[in-house]
Write a protein that binds this ligand. Structure first.
Ligand SMILES: [Zn+2]
Ligand SMILES: [Zn+2]
Ligand SMILES: [Zn+2]
Length: 147
């Protein structure tokens, strides 16, 4: 065993094999590595995951991220103009990003309850909270500090 195995108290980790099996899918070391890397990095683009798990090739990283999202373990959002950033689907929060310094802040998704309710009541629209990122300017950048 070269890899430290999973902490059974963390949701999602111990159950990966079961979760996959329940969906007729096979547990693979790559799937565990990719899931663990996302958990560690908190938000990670495919490239960042790939750097964290050099033993898994990039194509497999992409495919695995998509698979883990399809089965409900990961969710993605876009924290910039480029690649999606993945995180654990169970982390229910929305992202506020400063587009000057790229600082990412996780805020409780309850902050947009009113928006969610109103869009639903007025237009029958269902908000995809996990995909939502709000861009703006952070307090430091507003104060003119640009380091
Ligand atoms: Zn997307
Ligand atoms: Zn900023
Ligand atoms: Zn986040």
């Amino acid at each position: 065993m070269t890899h430290q195995h999973t902490d059974p108290h963390r949701p999602g980790t111990a159950s990966l094999a079961e979760w996959l099996r329940a969906r007729g899918m096979r547990m693979t070391p790559q799937r565990q590595l990719v899931l663990d890397a996302v958990r560690r990095l908190e938000h990670a683009t495919p490239d960042q995951v790939s750097e964290a798990v050099p033993e898994v090739d990039l194509t497999t990283v992409y495919r695995t991220l998509e698979t883990l999202e399809q089965i409900g373990l990961l969710a993605h959002t876009h924290l910039g103009h480029g690649a999606p950033s993945y995180r654990l689907a169970e982390d229910d929060h929305i992202h506020v990003v400063c587009h000057h310094c790229n600082t990412v802040v996780d805020v409780p998704s309850g902050l947009i309850d009113d928006l969610d309710r109103q869009l639903h009541d007025d237009r029958g629209f269902r908000l995809d909270r996990s995909h939502l990122t709000i861009f703006g300017t952070c307090a430091d950048c507003l104060a003119g500090r640009d380091d």
